[in-house]
Design a protein. Structure first.
Length: 190
């Protein structure tokens, strides 16, 4: 049975959304195409009608998840808080974010795996990271552009590293310590 173009587009979107979540929850190697398609409510056969490979899907899923993170950051920034950087960092370095990788940061969930994947995946990550760095740089204290960029690089690397470590340890107190120390270091707020 042939599906309409609209339905095909919705199905593709559902696969990308599902893959985005499952890759962050289980890792690239932790989910196969058949299980991924089943989770999206579709048949395995439909996969290759939409994607040439699992890595092609991964590239789209990564771009989708990073765009979602940027939208969340924009919502926090648009609240016109006195401390938008604090809002972004506090949300990022939260127990909610730590405990739900499927809805969180792509880099903290998949960074080491992405480094071993094909160029299209790495290009999608690079584009997304650049957008996130630009967003963070705009939140940095008024300095020259080079200093804002350096501060954004340090902040982003610190946030991702803290979240990776917070998820890796099995001691809640140590996990919280990583997040709070980095939060304080990059924002000056406790």
């Amino acid at each position: 049975m042939k599906v309409s173009r609209e339905q095909a587009a919705l199905n593709r979107e559902r696969v990308v959304e599902t893959a985005s979540r499952l890759f962050r929850e289980r890792g690239y190697g932790g989910i196969g195409v058949a299980d991924l398609m089943r989770s999206a409510g579709l048949t395995h056969g439909g996969f290759y009608g939409n994607f040439n490979s699992k890595e092609e899907l991964m590239a789209e899923a990564v771009a989708h998840s990073i765009d979602g993170s940027l939208k969340e950051w924009d919502q926090m920034i648009d609240r016109e808080s006195a401390h938008p950087l604090e809002d972004v960092v506090a949300s990022y370095l939260s127990t909610r974010h730590r405990d739900h990788p499927g809805g969180g940061c792509t880099m903290a969930a998949l960074g080491p795996e992405v480094a071993r994947l094909a160029p299209p995946v790495r290009c999608a990550v690079t584009d997304g990271v650049r957008k996130q760095l630009d967003k963070l740089a705009a939140l940095m204290p008024p300095e020259d552009a080079a200093e804002k960029r350096k501060a954004a690089l340090v902040t982003y690397a610190s946030m991702v590293g803290a979240l990776v470590l917070a998820r890796a340890v099995n001691d809640d107190a140590l996990s919280d310590e990583f997040m709070s120390a980095v939060h304080e270091a990059v924002t000056g707020m406790g």
